[in-house]
Write a protein that binds this ligand. Sequence first.
Ligand code: PHE
Length: 441
Amino acid sequence: TSTSTVTIRGATHPTQKPWFNVPKNIVAKTSRRLHLQNDHPIAITRQIIQANFPQPTYKYYNEYSPVVTTKQNFDSLGFPVDHPGRALTDTYYLNEKLLLRTHTSAHQADTFRANESDGYLISADVYRRDAIDRSHYPIFHQMEGARSWDRNKVPNGDIAAAVMEDIERLPKHDVVVEDPNPPMHPERNPLQEAHHSAAEAEALGKHLKRSLENMVVDIFTRAKAAAIKDDPDFVDEPLRMRWVEAYFPFTSPSWELEVYYAGDWLEVLGCGVVKQELYINANVPSQVGWAFGIGIDRIAMLLFKIPDIRLFWSEDERFLSQFTGVSASLDTLKPFVPFSKHPPSPRDVSFWIRSTSPAGGNDKAVFHENDVMELVRSIGGDEVESVSLIDEFVHPKTGRKSVAYRIVYRHLERTLTGAETNAIHERVRKALVDRLGGELR
Ligand code: PHE
């Protein structure tokens, strides 16, 4: 038995091999709570989303701890036992049962069970082991939302009529929305026949789509107003949105909403009609409804024109002071003005990979790139801007494999000297060899 522990937001938990895989730099950041930090762009973006889902219809939950059970994060939502998201290479575990939530949906079951309002919003920090670049960071923020109706409380038990009536009360918008797919897909997204009539599912889908379109229109209208304030010559394209069929184990039917922005279709949120098993297991079987989840960081990057996701974690006044007063008065939002950009310092490293898993345990993967990403981040810190695979080589005789990565170091707040970069890189190289590798090539 192990006596090691880790303390996260004041609560101490036992850690267990081989599950425990949370590096110190991540543990340290669990207490930052950027979504609650007044005048922080993440908190401001949360407030803008909240403004579109008013109390008391929607109750706000912003304090849930990031430590959740595998049941909360996966089982309660119908994730199969072999779902790749459960792997040690993708998720931060404390022990066999506890992990750092990978999405705010981890709180759906508990919030439905609490049954404190018709709807809810949950904002929180979420954790995923992933690649490193300017829009990916192992911690980001999500907002979850849901709206439910109770068969025993709507007039005549008529859910479809009650939902249609609520749709009439929603604000209207005049943005073109493409929605070419049929609402259901026989395998991926069937009508939940045992629980909804087609008319009910259709009404729920309509209420969900209108509510989320309104939120996205509001966000992008604010982004445009800020951009124009900043640059009166700013020429905008009209906003376009489209619904795309999607799959989530806990909704059916399911969709993603995409927005046409700067020449690209951008996925902004996932959503769907809540699978009835969630309500049944939460002891509120007479309720039906919809849920969505949106990533806050990417939206904040667009709203404020923030070029690098690491900036959210900066404690530099040149960053933070630019948003002073915006939490109290959301209309004063204006784009971020980058402080002078310091030069990048790329360095390459290549090494042979060992043929057994560094993580061990239930993880069958022999070598996973996320292990490289994380080692580089935990040694190199936020001075690492990106890590990319530049070469792979399999020895024709021995079958051994070697990989080469380019690591771009760039401090957000000052210029790194060559000697400083070399010193960091040397530690990174050594860690890669010690913990993942065979030897350097
Ligand atoms: N949790 C999902 C994700 O992180 C998003 C989602 C939330 C989808 C709620 C449907 C309903 O991708």
